[in-house]
Design a protein around this ligand. Structure first.
Ligand SMILES: Cc1ncc(COP(=O)(O)O)c(C=O)c1O
Length: 371
């Protein structure tokens, strides 16, 4: 029997090979002491209560977790005053952001996000076979009118990170409401509020009220940032029952593991730890913004737990050189070329020692010394 020479292998669906795989922040440095400031993790770590709850699950590793994350949903509901039936937990909020595209975007459909928006949106849209539509920003901030002007009959989702990563900028609640009011009812507005707890602005809102009232708004949150549980992968979404129902139909049946569920609920109960993390961030974010700017670098004004600094085009003074210089000192920041910032670095607010070392090292770098 002869076989055709050109046997085609299995082909992925349309869009998959257009995806540039997400590159996580790394911690590579030859320095003896390394500060990983590349993934917006909290320098305070998780609440000790969360660690204890996690450990208490060690002798139950052979038992399946609660499939619907009920206890954690109830704890979230009690903490934020929300109906647990309208909450779904995910293996990180990434899972939920991706599932929303799987559920609402078909091949040929469009979904919109902003110019420097979080990269997972593009990946999620392409993985669903959809077309990513990019709306330009103004002053490195999402622009409601630019987003609205890109809505077509094929638009299914608008993703908005508020505040956004990697810029740290945000849209005031009035602008979010105006954006929502301008969207057709069949377009889902996804408000990704991964950094909401850090924001200290009177005109900001996470979107919880909109998600409570509107039929086409869902808000996502995470335990990875201020709660310090990134390694456990816990996120959640709150929204209209019909949207939550689609997520429950398509998520993995045991998508959040038992130790994570227990640790998440314990973390919510430790308000003092949360307040310490927020206070630390507010103090050092302000300090870093001031000190880095004083060295002559432009800093995008951030309300998150990270800041974006822009380097000069002068030879030897760019982001790539700064990254290498800082790594030698044990400071690992994030390159952000994939976000449209080829000459900037994003830095997570770290512990005091790392923040001070960063400013001193940057001064050396900009002053020309190799320390
Ligand atoms: C804006 C934004 N959304 C969502 C996430 C994902 O968080 P996780 O999947 O850990 O919940 C991140 C993480 O960096 C983020 O920056």
């Amino acid at each position: 029997m002869t076989r055709s020479k050109a046997v085609a292998g299995p082909a992925p669906r349309q869009g998959v090979l257009d995806i540039a795989a997400y590159v996580p922040g790394d911690d590579r440095s030859r320095a003896a002491r390394v500060f990983k400031l590349s993934s917006n993790e909290t320098p305070l770590g998780p609440s000790p209560l969360a660690v204890e709850a996690y450990r208490a699950n060690a002798d139950r590793l052979h038992v399946y977790p609660e499939g619907s994350s009920r206890t954690l949903r109830e704890a979230i509901g009690a903490t934020y005053g929300l109906n647990p039936d309208r909450i779904v937990c995910g293996n990180g909020s990434d899972e939920l952001l991706t599932l929303l595209a799987q559920n609402f975007v078909s091949p040929g459909d469009e979904a919109i996000f902003s110019e420097h928006g979080f990269l997972i949106y593009r990946i999620a849209i392409l993985a669903a076979g959809g077309t990513p539509i990019v709306a330009p920003e103004t002053s490195e901030t999402a622009n409601a009118d630019a987003i609205l002007s890109r809505v077509t009959p094929r638009t299914r989702i608008v993703y908005l990170a508020n505040p956004n990563n990697p810029t740290g900028t945000y849209l005031p609640h009035d602008e979010v409401k105006r954006l929502h009011a301008g969207l057709p009812g069949n377009v889902l507005l996804v408000l990704d509020a991964a950094y909401a707890e850090y924001v200290r602005r009177n005109d900001y809102a996470s979107g919880v009220e909109l998600a409570a009232e509107a039929e086409n708004v869902v808000m996502t949150r995470t335990f990875s940032k201020v709660f310090g549980l990134a390694n456990l992968r816990i996120g959640w979404a709150y929204g209209p029952a019909a949207i939550i129902d689609t997520l429950n139909r398509t998520r993995g049946p045991f998508n959040v593991n038992g130790p994570a569920l227990a640790a998440g609920a314990a973390a919510l109960a430790d308000r003092a730890h949360l307040e310490r993390a927020v206070a630390h961030n507010s103090h050092w974010l302000d300090w870093l913004t001031r000190e880095v700017a004083a060295l002559g670098l432009r800093v995008t004004p951030s309300v998150g737990n990270f800041l974006l600094m822009h380097f000069s085009d002068a030879k030897g003074r760019g982001a790539a050189e700064a990254d290498a210089f800082l790594r030698d000192r044990g400071l690992v920041l994030r390159r952000v070329a994939g976000y449209g910032f080829p000459n900037a670095l994003r830095m997570s607010v770290g512990p005091e020692e790392a923040n001070r070392l960063l400013v001193a090292s940057l001064a050396d770098f900009l002053g020309g010394g190799r320390g």
